[in-house]
Every structure is written in structure tokens, then in C-alpha cells.
Design a protein around this ligand. Structure first.
Ligand code: SAH
Ligand code: SF4
Length: 388
């Protein structure tokens, strides 16, 4: 046993019976209060948690020996018990448009994807919340992969730290930081992994750390009604809803969770989402599928359905994947649909297609077991209609 006084508020550092390698826990899953409690449980003063937090979340330090104000004995103790490892990168792909996609490998060998999309001074990271998805939306590639498991808090946070490492974004306060926004639009249904997603977002929103504000975080859901309200109350992040159909009969097929939470329930819940205003609108995602949901009558029904709710509308041309029978609507149909939406008071900046050459577009994310070839990407386009 060694007993050492280390810095202000002398503490006893006990380093016998060090846990084995397998028991080292990830520090990335501790919220500030839990980290304090952990320090106290180790017989350390509370302020150690603040110091550690700063090294991990403000400076992105991964090696305890670089945490210079902790002193060597404390560094040794912490590194015996904890780690701050990021997920491993199996592959990084850079698109010609600046989009970057990482295939990440988790400690149990499972894989997930994270995508960085730079855009006009801001940079958005699209993160995954699950491996696979329990839901089976008929147009979504991820939906064809069964749920393997939820991602843990440290795996969700780890995607953000990994991207900041690779983008050279430390310290988190550096001017011109490249990662500014986060969207939960990767693999999985975030509201079916609510507790871990919420904890990870609280960590990421902390002003003493990475400090991405709730206004710069958007959570996309297929419509898990009870969790939508909870998310608004607890986290207050921006909300995006995968709508895709304006009639229950059709939405039951495209987004089968609609059988449980139908359109009326969903719309009523979104209407009451805490904090919605003209400055903070909900985004309605609507994938354009040829001959399925893209008629002019659908467009008119869409604007009627959401009327009175502060909204943006994202029209997303369907992104094809091997084995699907759906096709993307043609340009003329998308145009007509967009015009009706615009006439109802929505502007329509068309978003440049992003990451099409590396398969990083909406709904194309899937673990490495099933991959598309670049040649299959020829038809992929992307557009966005945003309420003015
Ligand atoms: N599970 C959540 C978040 C992940 S999906 C959700 O469903 O909202 C992210 C977005 O991509 C959703 O709007 C989804 O409907 C859309 N999407 C899925 N497959 C697509 C495809 N093949 N083409 C275009 N968008 C797709
Ligand atoms: Fe799951 Fe979202 Fe894909 Fe539906 S669209 S299968 S909810 S990832």
C-alpha cells in the first residue's frame, strides 16, 4: 500500500488490489454528479472530478499521464481503474465533398457508423444510437438489419470524441472548431435507447466540456410518442420526425410503429412539444418514393396535417439500397410536390447531395456485413425544403 499526499486538500491514494484490466471502466459514461460520487468513493476530494472532467471533455486527453495537475500517484490510480478509449476505427472514408464516414468497431467487435458533414462554416456529426434497429421501416436499409444491441453512453459519447480527435478539434473551445452540431440520425431509433442517449446528451451539452448546446442537437425519431414528450422536457433538443406518409394506412406500411402510435396521436404530441416556436421548429422528414407517397394530393394533405405547428419540411429523395423495390421519385414529381409545400409558406433551399460517393446518405447506414458498391450509388440524390 502507498499513502501519498497530492496537492491541495490532501488525499490518501490507495493503490493495492488494483482491479484487473477487464474491470477498467470507461470514464466517458459518467455524468458530472456521478464522476464526483466516484471520486468520493475513492477517498478523493470532489475537485478531482472537475479537474478530470476538464482533461477529458475540454482537452480530449486520452492518457492519464498527460493530466499534469493530478500528480503521478493519482494518475496511476486512475489509469488502473478507468480508461477514456474511443471506439476503434475500422475504416475512414472521405467524400470528395468533405463528408467523412467512420466505420467504428466497438469493444465486443460490433460495428456502427458515424458521419461528419461540413457545411458553410458549421459541421454536423450524425451519430448512431443502436446497432441495427428493432423497427422495420420498409424503405430503410438499417431496418433490414435486426437489432443487435443498444449503444452504451460511452459508445455514444465516444463517437463525438473520436470525430473531434480526427478533426483536430481540441481544446473544445478552440476558435473555428469543426464539429458544431449533432444529429441523432444514424443507425437505430434513439428513443428506444432513451436513457443512454439522454445521459450522453447531458454530458455533451455540459458547458465545462464539449458544450454543444441543445439548440445544436437534433434527435430524429420514427415517432415513439411517450418518449417524445419526455425528451422535450428532459433535454429540450430539436426534434425531427420521420413522417413519410400523411395517411395512417400508408404510414402503417412505411413506418410500422404507426400501428402503435397513429398520426393523430403523433401530431398532437408534436404540437405540444416543449419550447416549439418560430425560432425553434420541428423538422418533418419526408422521403420521396416513386408512386408511393409523392402525389400532389399527398403534398396538400401534408401541409394541412402540420398546419399551426412551427415546422420545417425536409423532402429527402429516397436513397436506394440493394434489395429494395422502391425507387426515388423523379425530378418533376419532387418539383411539383415542393411547389405545393412552398405555396403554403415554406421556402425551398435545395441541399447539395452529401457523401453520396461513400454511402453516407440517409437510410444507407448499415454495418459492414452488408455493403453497397459505389456504382450502386448513381441514383442517389438529396434535397431539402425548409420553411422560411
Ligand atoms: N430511427 C430514427 C433515426 C434514424 S433514420 C428515425 O427513423 O427517425 C434517419 C432518417 O433517414 C429518417 O428520417 C429516416 O426515415 C431516413 N431514411 C431512412 N431510410 C432512408 C432512405 N432509404 N432514403 C432516404 N431517407 C431514409
Ligand atoms: Fe429504424 Fe429509423 Fe430506419 Fe425506421 S427509419 S428502421 S426507425 S433507423
Amino acid at each position: 500500500m502507498s499513502e501519498l499526499s497530492d496537492g491541495p486538500g490532501a488525499e490518501t491514494i490507495v493503490s493495492e488490489n488494483a482491479p484487473t484490466e477487464l474491470l477498467r471502466r470507461s470514464l466517458l459514461s459518467f455524468e458530472p454528479d456521478a464522476l464526483e460520487a466516484e471520486m468520493i468513493a475513492l477517498g478523493l476530494p470532489k475537485f478531482r472530478a472537475r479537474q478530470l472532467w476538464g482533461w477529458v471533455w475540454r482537452h480530449g486527453v486520452t492518457d492519464f499521464s498527460d493530466m499534469t495537475d493530478l500528480g503521478k500517484p493519482l494518475q496511476a490510480l486512475l489509469s488502473e481503474r478507468f480508461h477514456v478509449d474511443r471506439p476503434a476505427v475500422s475504416r475512414r472514408q472521405d467524400s470528395s465533398d468533405g463528408t467523412i464516414k467512420w466505420l467504428i468497431k466497438l469493444s465486443d467487435g460490433q460495428e456502427a457508423e458515424t458521419v461528419y458533414i461540413p457545411d458553410d462554416g458549421r459541421g454536423t456529426l450524425c451519430i448512431s444510437s443502436q446497432i441495427g434497429c428493432t423497427l422495420t421501416c420498409s424503405f430503410c436499409h438499417t431496418g433490414t438489419q435486426r437489432l443487435v444491441r443498444n449503444l452504451s453512453v460511452d459508445e455514444i459519447c465516444g463517437q463525438i470524441l473520436l470525430a473531434m480527435d480526427e478533426l483536430g478539434d481540441w481544446p473544445a473551445t478552440r476558435p473555428g472548431r469543426r464539429l458544431t452540431n449533432i444529429v441523432l440520425m444514424g443507425m437505430g431509433e434513439p428513443l428506444y435507447n432513451y436513457d443512454y442517449v439522454a445521459s450522453a446528451m447531458r454530458i455533451i451539452m455540459s458547458n465545462e466540456g464539449v458544450g454543444v448546446s441543445k439548440r445544436r442537437i437534433t434527435l430524429s425519431t420514427s415517432g415513439i410518442v411517450p418518449e417524445i414528450t419526455r425528451c422535450g422536457n428532459d433535454l429540450g433538443v430539436n426534434l425531427a420526425i420521420s413522417l413519410h406518409a400523411v395517411r395512417d394506412e400508408l404510414r402503417n406500411t412505411l413506418v410500422p410503429i404507426n400501428r402503435k402510435y397513429n398520426l393523430k396521436t403523433l401530431i398532437d404530441t408534436v404540437r405540444a412539444y416543449p419550447g416549439l416556436s418560430n425560432a425553434r421548429r420541428v423538422t418533418w422528414e419526408y422521403v420521396m418514393i416513386d408512386g408511393v407517397n409523392d402525389s400532389e394530393a399527398d403534398a396538400r394533405a401534408l401541409v394541412r396535417l402540420i398546419s399551426g405547428i412551427p415546422s420545417k419540411i425536409n423532402l429527402i429523395p429516397f436513397n436506394p439500397w440493394p434489395g429494395t423495390d422502391y425507387k426515388c421519385s423523379n425530378d418533376e414529381t419532387i418539383d411539383k410536390f415542393a411547389k405545393i409545400v412552398m405555396k403554403a409558406g415554406y421556402a425551398s433551399p435545395v441541399r447539395t447531395p452529401r457523401g453520396r460517393d461513400i454511402l453516407a446518405a440517409c437510410g444507407q447506414l448499415k454495418s459492414d456485413s452488408v455493403r453497397l458498391r459505389a456504382s450502386q450509388m448513381a441514383a442517389v440524390r438529396d434535397a431539402e425544403v425548409v420553411h422560411s
